[in-house]
Design a binder for this molecule. Structure first.
Ligand SMILES: Nc1ncnc2c1ncn2[C@@H]1O[C@H](COP(=O)(O)OP(=O)(O)O)[C@@H](O)[C@H]1O
Ligand SMILES: [Mg+2]
Length: 309
């Protein structure tokens, strides 16, 4: 029996998702016979960690603070072993621009992009460069905040007139945004547990034109196929790319890599890596683990065993 603190909730926009992930994780840990303490992360986090002195912290947070290395840094400071990736890896994964630069430098295909801080528009006239960017990326252009998850703040600009509005929307989520080449095709996710790939999940949103917030968390809005029905060589390539991303970004414990399979070229490109993927009823990593014969409780048990400092 281990004394495990489940860190959940927090102040990020994905608070509700995290509360769901956290509740499921807590239930699983209790079934496994651990001594479980649930902590809704807020101002008293350090105080509560000191008071409860857990042997392990299970970080079930998504988005700001929880997934970007902040909470991990605090756990390091308090010398409490924690689940998932370390500080530097979280920093690399949580910022899509940093992650994409690492991938591009390592030769891992990721859609072309240009990224700017708000100051580039306010002080350097970046808006005047938009026509050149639009020509390079072609329409539709995907505009997204660098540090968000669950598809929040993502817009597809169909024409030049849509770009400024999409930028304003993305900047409302953070001070760095990227304009990215749109990939039309199939949406794949490769989950990894301790660096080993799990079966691929394909997400097929039923109505929405992409895998948005609603299609992620409302049961029945998306059809999931796992293992994804793909030619063997595409499966192998997707798993090889996901492993390369795991290595380049320095992940540990578990992670999920999101990819697109381009309908036109048949090429795979990596959109991002999630250091703390969702653990909800509709989440992809638990689905992938299940397809590999690893039930939810066993998955959570493994993740706790992989906790580190
Ligand atoms: N370049 C792109 N081309 C096509 N669809 C995209 C692209 N980027 C994002 N999307 C859509 O938006 C969703 C979320 O994008 P992603 O980069 O994975 O961010 P996050 O999941 O962190 O919000 C994807 O699952 C996909 O449906
Ligand atoms: Mg994603």
């Amino acid at each position: 029996m281990t004394r495990v603190a489940v860190l959940k909730g927090g102040r990020s926009l994905e608070r509700q998702v995290s509360l769901k992930s956290g509740a499921r994780v807590q239930d699983a840990l209790e079934r496994l016979g651990h001594d479980v303490i649930g902590i809704d992360v807020g101002h008293d986090l350090v105080e509560r960690l000191r008071a409860t002195a857990p042997e392990v912290a299970f970080v079930a947070l998504h988005g700001r603070d929880g997934e970007d290395g902040t909470v991990q840094e605090l756990l390091e400071a308090l010398a409490i072993p924690y689940t998932g990736s370390g500080v530097s890896s979280c920093i690399r994964c949580a910022d899509k621009v940093i992650a994409k630069h690492h991938m591009r430098d390592a030769g891992i295909p990721t859609p072309d992009f240009f990224a700017f801080n708000e100051t580039a528009f306010k002080e350097l006239g970046a808006a005047d460069a938009l026509p050149a960017i639009e020509e390079r990326l072609d329409f539709p252009i995907v505009v997204k905040p660098a540090s968000q998850g669950s598809a929040l703040g993502i817009k597809f600009a169909a024409a030049a007139k849509d770009v400024p509005g999409a930028l304003v929307a993305a900047f409302s989520y953070g001070d760095k945004v990227l304009l990215e080449r749109h990939v039309r095709g199939r949406e794949l996710a490769v989950s990894l547990l301790d660096g080993e790939v799990l079966p691929i999940v394909e997400a097929l949103p039923r109505e929405e034109d992409f895998y948005d917030f609603e299609s992620r968390y409302e049961i029945g809005r998306t059809e999931f196929v796992c293992p994804a029905e793909l030619p063997d060589e595409i499966t192998a390539r997707a798993q090889e790319l996901a492993t390369a991303v795991w290595d380049v970004l320095g992940c540990s414990g578990f992670a999920r890599v999101d990819l697109m399979l381009c309908e036109q070229t048949g090429e795979l490109t990596v959109l991002e890596a999630n250091p703390i993927p969702g653990m909800t009823e509709t989440s992809l990593l638990p689905m992938a683990a299940d397809a590999a014969g690893i039930g939810f409780d066993a998955l959570i048990g493994r993740i706790v065993l992989l906790a580190h400092l």
